[in-house]
Structures are given as C-alpha cells and as structure tokens.
Design a protein around this ligand. Sequence first.
Ligand code: KG4
Ligand code: ZN
Length: 352
Amino acid sequence: MKILGIESSCDETAAAVVENGSKLLSNVVASSMNIHAKYGGVVPEVAARSHIEVIIPLVKEALSNANCSWYDIDAIAVTYGAGLSGSLLIGVLAARTLAIALNKPLQRINHVEAHVYANFLTESVVPGLSMPATAPDFPMLAIIVSGGHSQLALFKGHGNYTLLGQTQDDAIGEAFDKVAKILGLPYPGGPSIERIAATGNEHAYNFPKAKMSGYDFSFSGPKTAVLRAAQAAAGESFDFPSIFLPERLKMAQKADIAASFQRSAFETIIDKAKQAYLEYKPVSVVLAGGVASSGKLREMLSSAMSISLAYPDPKLCTDNAAMVASLGYYKLKLSENTTDPFTLDVAPSLSM
Ligand code: KG4
Ligand code: ZN
C-alpha cells in the first residue's frame, strides 16, 4: 500500500511516498528557513506564502521520484495539527483537493505523533539516508523533543499510547532557539549550539534543572539562567539588554555557555526518560522530533540506557512528510475511519 504524505505545519513544505509504512520511495522537503533566519525565528505569514508557492511542484516531484502515477497511490495522509494555522491550511487544502479530485482516501495526521513514526521507516530507495535495521517493538517509550514539543509517551501498540509527561512551558527546541539568540548564534538554534558547544567546556556552568513532578519538564527557568550567566560573563548587571550581549561575549565564553546549557537540557530529558524506562520497562525506546537529530543527545542517551538504541536519519527527525505517510499507513491498517475531505479543518493547538 502506497501512501502520499503531505506536511506543512511550520516552515518546511514536504511531500513523500512510503510503501507499507516502512519503505521510503521518495522524500522531498523545501524550507523557507533561510528567509526566517534573518528574523531569528519563523514568520508565520512568510511561511504560509512559501508553502503556496511550492506545494504542488513538490507533490509532483515526490510522485515522480517514487516512479508513481496517481493510479499507484492508495491514500493521502496530511498533517492537520499542531502547527501554525496559515501553514497547516495550505497542506490540508492541497490534500483535500487532491483526495476529492482523484477519489483517494484521506487520513488526517497529528504532527507530534507522526514524528515518532520516523522510527518505523526501515528501508529507503532514497540515497544518502541511514535507516534503522528493524522497526521498534511495543511497549515502546517515545521521547519526543522538537521545536514545539517535549513529551514522553508510552506506546502499547499503534494508535494506543499514554502521555506520561510534557513540558509545562517552553519546548526544548524552543529553548535552544532562544539561547542561541541570546548568544547571537544563527537560527535554528539547536544545530548552532551543537556546533559551538563542541569547542566549549560543558561543566563551565551548572545551570539549574527544574524539578517538576512526575514526567513533566520545564525549560523556561534554565533559559533565564543562561541570560543571567551571559550578562555576568559580559561583566554587566541583570538589566543589561540581551540584544547587545552577542557583541560583548568572546567566542570561548559563548562556547562554554552553549555547551553547559546543552548538557543540562539533555540531562533533564534523559533523567526523566530513564525514570520512565525503569518504571514501565518498555522493550524499545525511540527518540523523535527535530532535537533528536542532535548527535550529542544520541550519544548521551545511548550511554544512559541499558538497551541498544537505533535512531532515524537526522533528515527524518526534522519536519518531513515520510513520517506522516508512515503513520497514515498504520492508521489505515487499524481501519480507523478515513477523514472526510469535504470538512477537514486545521487544528493548530492539537495535542497528543
Ligand atoms: O521537529 P522540528 O523540525 O520542528 C517542530 O516540529 O518543532 O524541530 C525543530 C527544532 C528547532 O527548535 C531546532 O533548534 C531543533 O529542532 N534542533 C536541535 C538540533 N537540530 C535541530 N536542537 C538541538 N540540537 C540539535 N542538533
Ligand atoms: Zn516537527
């Protein structure tokens, strides 16, 4: 069964064709990130306009790269939430129109849940991607870390999961983006911090780790602690404006702050994941979301867990449509009702 996935929840427009939930036949992503980088974050109106320009050529490219015609596609899966409403609308309208015009079943997809399904892609005809050898088994602990979400979820099977905990304020990726801004590093912050952190001392600062109940997280306090440390390192008081900090800090100071923040943010996630692993004894643990592309996080998680872990290719951790198509397949297999293409609406604040 071949599913066409469509994703447009933030600044990436993406289309992919996946066979039987696991074999990647094509994967194309267009990003408007270079435009947003100038503003230090995603500008919703710019993102929506970029989606309109590229979505149809991108879908065509995904079909052609997969050597498929419309006759070969069995269903369409599209992200309908969570995300930016203007961005989501473009993908959803494209998918609805295609489903109606071509008479294909439509499956609506939760973006956060889809991130987990990057772990179920085990084969690829798309060159340059390293795929895990096998799909994870259930029960499965999912550590979801992205720009909009930080969650721990326990999956007992496809479509059968419990949310164990989540961030009560900033998502971890959002905190990386904000810390990068304080240090004057380019957007998106995660990769910029990982790069500069490699030259810094991760024990230079002991940033506080918020003590949250159960499996919840908080990343707002640590982000403020970084601001205070940067002001102190620049020899300034707490009312010194953050926009002038980048020019006042030396590269070595930025590297130490970045490395120490990265360590404490990842330790926060790993401590809770380890606690959940010991309590629920899952047979597999997976990492999902844009932050999961971090080599440092993978390294720290692998040495903290007593089971062997496999990770999706970093290109499939950040936003893409392959994960959407994979989840679409499992949802159809579970014979969940398909979505009415005439009425599907976007759900910007959809939760898991
Ligand atoms: O999943 P994603 O592509 O978009 C959302 O659904 O949010 O995640 C993007 C987030 C950004 O906040 C980015 O800074 C973060 O993932 N990220 C990283 C790394 N690569 C991307 N964070 C930490 N370390 C990285 N290497
Ligand atoms: Zn995402």
